[in-house]
Design a protein around this ligand. Structure first.
Ligand SMILES: Nc1ncnc2c1ncn2[C@@H]1O[C@H](COP(=O)(O)OP(=O)(O)O)[C@@H](O)[C@H]1O
Ligand SMILES: [Mg+2]
Length: 411
């Protein structure tokens, strides 16, 4: 069942009475949650995720706009008739009921033709209990279960009526780190098996990235970007999305484009065809650095951390926006730690530019093939014509719309 939002908006009177006015918790949502997918609704605390979820299940009424399940407008349908299952952060199980009784509970009050016999209810409960792998625990009470097991009971209870849409509001935040990993794999598996359209709310980008078919990134009630996790990571449309996604986070610098060259400090570190002269925020993903003693980008070396397959090179730069820069390179590389400086060349696809004023992405076309040192060596700094000059005619600024078209083509 796809879920469609049309101008969906929720305003609250400001809780801070002194400040007054209104808070727009969800601001004109116009997008779709695709059928049968697991979608991560992602954003910092207070950005409106729970409010969006409550409107989908009917516990909160939109100020404006409509919600459709498939072709059906459900905006005015009460929660119990929407066919949604919801799981909250705190498992909210009935402590005095057994696991079986907790799971069966939503079936007890079915009316008319939907009414089920006790036997049928127990059978149904066992079926979903098997799915979430708690069928051995049916006679226990919640306080005899681990946090992870309790959350599985909550999921079973949400699934027992075979919902059209499953909503999970930060379902892992009360679990310890190991259980969190395990339970998120579980949720992924359960979703794969049931194919029920699932919306998974979290403020944890790593969690959303690892579990979701698509992520929806929001900020202050406003949708920022929607797409496959890797695609949004590779192609963020603005500074907020770029900084919000990624562990370790993207490295940010103050930069300037002059004559289609990107300068960080005095050094031209990359050719960026088609970009007009302007001040930019430069984001470089940790995996975007290539150790290169002739590379155009010089940083002050702090230390090296070996992590098995990879090495983290920690360095600093006067134009970095954070205290240190983290670059991740293959452990095959030898970093000369006797030197005070380390030099890099950069992978153009891993360098993201943003307008210093608007914080919107500034696109440039990428020259050179991978493996040819990306056409950027010291020649950039010594002012020579770059050896790809003959490609210049094809080079142009990729506007947002074109980038979007490309993205669609890829999907
Ligand atoms: N019932 C309410 N009354 C007033 N303000 C609310 C209410 N519920 C949420 N808000 C406000 O709406 C914004 C979004 O809240 P919420 O949806 O809970 O965010 P999230 O789930 O992303 O943390 C916040 O500013 C919050 O204070
Ligand atoms: Mg919330």
């Amino acid at each position: 069942m796809k879920v469609v939002f049309e101008n969906l908006t929720k305003k609250f009177p400001n809780r801070n009475k002194k400040a007054g006015g209104e808070v727009v918790a969800v601001d004109h949502f116009n997008f779709q949650i695709p059928d049968g997918k697991l979608v991560g609704l992602l954003g910092p605390s207070g950005c409106g995720k729970s409010t969006a979820l409550f409107m989908i299940c009917g516990l909160q009424k939109p100020t404006e706009g409509r919600i459709y399940f498939g072709e059906d407008d459900v905006t005015d349908i009460p929660p119990e008739h929407r066919g949604v299952g919801i799981v909250f952060q705190n498992y909210a199980l009935y402590p005095h009921l057994t696991v079986r009784q907790n799971i069966v509970f939503p079936l007890e009050n079915l009316k008319g033709s939907e009414k089920m016999s006790r036997e049928a209810m127990n059978e149904k409960a066992l079926e979903v209990a098997k799915l979430v792998q708690i069928d051995q625990l049916m006679d226990r009470k919640p306080n005899e279960l681990s946090g992870g097991q309790q959350q599985r009971v909550a999921i079973a209870r949400a699934l027992v009526k075979m919902p059209k849409v499953l909503l999970l509001d930060e379902p892992l935040s009360n679990l310890d780190a190991r259980l969190r990993l395990q339970t998120r794999e579980e949720i992924k598996r359960i979703q794969r098996e049931t194919r029920v359209t699932t919306i998974f709310v979290t403020h944890d980008q790593e969690e959303a990235m690892s579990i979701s078919d698509e992520i929806v990134v929001m900020k202050e009630g406003v949708l920022q970007q929607i797409g496959a996790p890797q695609q949004v990571y590779d192609d963020p449309i603005n500074l907020f999305v770029a900084k919000f996604l990624g562990t370790p986070p993207i490295n940010m610098f103050d930069g300037n484009v002059v004559g289609e060259k990107l300068f960080i400090g005095e050094e031209a570190v990359l050719i960026c065809p088609g970009v007009k002269d302007m001040a930019v925020h430069v984001g470089i993903r940790p995996e975007g650095f290539i150790l290169d003693e002739n590379g155009p980008f010089t940083c002050e070396l702090s230390r090296v951390e070996v992590m098995g397959r990879d090495i983290s090179v920690i360095s600093t730069h006067k134009d970095a926006q954070s205290v240190s820069i983290r670059s991740i390179i293959d452990a095959m590389n030898d970093v000369d730690t006797t030197k005070a400086q380390v030099r890099f060349s950069l992978k153009p696809k891993k360098v993201l530019l943003f307008d210093r004023e608007t914080e919107e992405r500034v696109y440039f076309s990428i020259q050179g093939k991978s493996g040819d040192n990306y056409g950027l060596t010291d020649s950039v700094n010594s002012g020579k014509e770059d050896d790809q000059g003959n490609n210049r005619e094809e080079v142009h600024l990729i506007h947002r719309q074109e980038a979007e078209n490309q993205t669609e083509g890829r999907a």
